[in-house]
Design a binder for this molecule. Sequence first.
Ligand code: TYD
Ligand code: MG
Length: 455
Amino acid sequence: MKSSKNVFVCEECGYNSIKWLGRCPECQSWNSFVETQITQNNNTKPTKKVNKPEKLSELNIPDYIRAKTGMDELDRVLGGGLVDGSVVLLSGEPGIGKSTLLLQICQELEKSRKVLYISGEESKAQLKLRAQRLKINGDNLYLLTETDIDSIIEECNELKPDVIIMDSVQTLSTSRYTSAAGSISQVREGALCLINYAKTNSTAVFLVGHVNKEGGISGPKILEHMVDAVLYFEGERTNSYRIIRAIKNRYGSTNEIGVFEMGDEGLVEIPNPSEVVMAERPKNTSGSCAGCVMQGTRPIISEIQSLVTKTVFPTGKRTSDGFDYNRMCLLIAVLEKRMGLKFYENDVYINVAGGIHLDEPSADLSIAMALISGITDKVIPDELIAFGEIGLSGEVRAVSHIEYRVKEAIRLGFTHIVLPKKNLSQLKKVPDHVKLIGVSNIYQALPHMLNKTTE
Ligand code: TYD
Ligand code: MG
């Protein structure tokens, strides 16, 4: 016996209500409720319980196998490759390169796996054109242009793919719900069907999710807890660098990032992002200092630029790109109080080159030095790099992973490394031409600035 009931569902968060509401009590958004008809199948008898508690020691674990995607940058973010039976949500703004990346990894995946690429956005001809452009000609790669989830599952049952790519979840729909395609109930139902399929057949699934203008994955925000890994694809459309990071990963660390560049033939991996960022560094300019942050197991060296100019406003303007705004204000306050620098008379702009975000306290010292260099117009030597956390009294505190950072700095040709004094003892020998400068407060770093202004 089938019965249908009408419910009102919030399009933002999926909250259900039996009557229409002007404002969602769950996510507080206005006018987000739409009426949806849900057909329920009342025939289902309660099934006998099959899940029983089992001893941990006697449990047979499934043999997880990781498939290489052919892109080391992506494999690292996934935790070492794509795990069979895992569901990965890849989200990002439209046009960032999600479809391109997933089509590119098919080339490697299809060597060992049967891959089904389902597109609800592009026609087969468009996909073929893109594949030709990316020079992908798979014999084990199947294309399907379909949006109805029941037909998709039917096709999957027939084809039995090892990897499914669903581009995108927002195009999924089912006739069981009357709401429009892309609405929260449709997306959730569609994703659930694919997740169930993945878990029962040990098929790996990539779900592509578009981010809405607020920055959340529209609708699919509610998918985040249902999937095994959530990857964000970031970057600006004006700049060709793309960064992929894991927000959640049941099979790996969430600290890792992967860096790519969008070119004429798709995405190209950037295994040494520090080199790319530092290659464009201007020489001999005040307000610039090199710093190093850890992204997972990988140190990334980046250039911090500051610009300090006399303000025309009653209070100085401050902006920060790539570094936490409040942390910058705190560092400015420390420099004003401890060193008497008059930042309050100035506008202060901070920018981190290459679109890297410095979200680690070890960036403090390089930010502070860039600020001092910016306000005093004294140049920091190009071969100097600084890392260390700054405390409220101007002291420099030890940071983690010091060996990785110093090694990367030496590899990139830095010869003057300013680091917390406490970290010095953890370091093994460095080459003779490299000078390690241990400092315990910000003043000790100052003599290493050059007494000259920008050329
Ligand atoms: P796409 O993968 O379609 O983005 P998404 O699926 O995230 O919406 O990428 C689209 C952009 O990438 C588009 O603006 C064109 C650009 N692009 C290249 O620059 N080079 C290429 O080889 C390809 C395939 C795309
Ligand atoms: Mg796309």
